[in-house]
Design a protein around this ligand. Sequence first.
Ligand code: HEC
Ligand code: CU
Length: 402
Amino acid sequence: MLSKSGLRGWLARSAALMTLWSLASEAVAFTGEKWNMTQGVTAISHEVYKLHMAAFYVCCVIGFIVFGAIIYSIINHRRSKHPKPADFHESTLVEIIWTAIPFVILIGLAIPAAGTLIKMEDTRNSELTVKVTGFQWKWQYEYLGEGVSFYSTLSQESNVARQLGSGIDVNTVPNYLVDVDNELVLPVGKKIRFVITANDVIHAWWVPALAIKKDAIPGYVNEVWTKIDVPGTYRGVCAELCGRDHGFMPIVVRAVSEAEYKTWLEGKKKGAGVEVAPAAAAPVAAPAAEAALPVAAPAAAKELSKDELVAAGEKVYTANCAACHQATGAGLPPNFPALKGDKVANGPAEGVIKQVLNGKNLMPPFKQLSDQDIAAVASYVRTSWGNKGSVVTAEAVAAARK
Ligand code: HEC
Ligand SMILES: [Cu+2]
């Protein structure tokens, strides 16, 4: 039969054990897929994951020992048990031990981490280089030596839904805010080098599945590399607070087989500068069969009807202009003028082309857009919301660039 105080002690000890047990199981549950860092799809990302888990378990053990000692002391050295506290102090031995142990732990963690860091920095012998440039607020990808370069902006669907008062339930938008118009397509099993920079402010290119998070700094070129093992779509975001639309410049990497990548790259080259719908690049048509067909003229050379031009322009507008001038063309006065009924939009075509190519004050230049896209967006703003301007041709834009 337990005495009253014996029972109390027993209860307290059980409570302490239960607390520790629940903490420990919490920690183990934490390592589950849902909450934990993901393992990623590259050898490096697996190493990073292992480092993360090693550090995590070291923390668990330390936590267990430290909290165990605290709880043990609270229970066993409480005042009701020891009304007169011990009054020892200073112990050289204890101080040496509690300095040496953390030192050993830190070195033990630093050695494997340094090994992985050195591997991450080694961009030698890459088979393909992609230049990544951060813009406010989009990414540009340039396949060096291939003549392929394009911008990757927030998908239209997300962009429309995110506008104030869009009335769209964002839960119905697939991949809301983590989807783009043009994905970065990469081959699996190849060492790919990225050179990362920015055109305006500091951004950071972050794709967790590849264990890459690298600052994109104007005037500097940072290097990093990857070799993706598993085909798939991997999403990331800009990881450096880069201004108002920082949250709206996601990254989508689509890793495909070597053959698929080649087909896609060829498709991009044919459409040089013009957006190629992913369907055109999909590996449905075997390359051989495609070669037998007459080569389609690049989309840029195709004459668009006025309606097609304006429809294309609306897309360019939503992606590039609506943030400031608003989807309704009403702008956000006083800083961002309305284009509805605006004298520049309704004036000579030249004026709009120049405005878009060169920007002005708070408006950035958009010369990175293709002639076709600028012609389309200029036509759109000149003919929408009751504006009475003329449509603009790609030739007029090309002429204005000179
Ligand atoms: C970052 C915000 C921003 C974006 C994005 C932007 N603009 Fe502007 N835009 C401005 C500002 C600010 C002005 C006024 C410039 C000034 O005169 O100081 C302006 C002026 C204009 C004007 C002349 C209007 C007037 O009365 O001065 C046109 C036309 C125009 N923008 C078209 C566009 C088009 C087309 C796009 C997309 C390709 C675009 N803008 C994207 C901020 C922006
Ligand atoms: Cu950014």
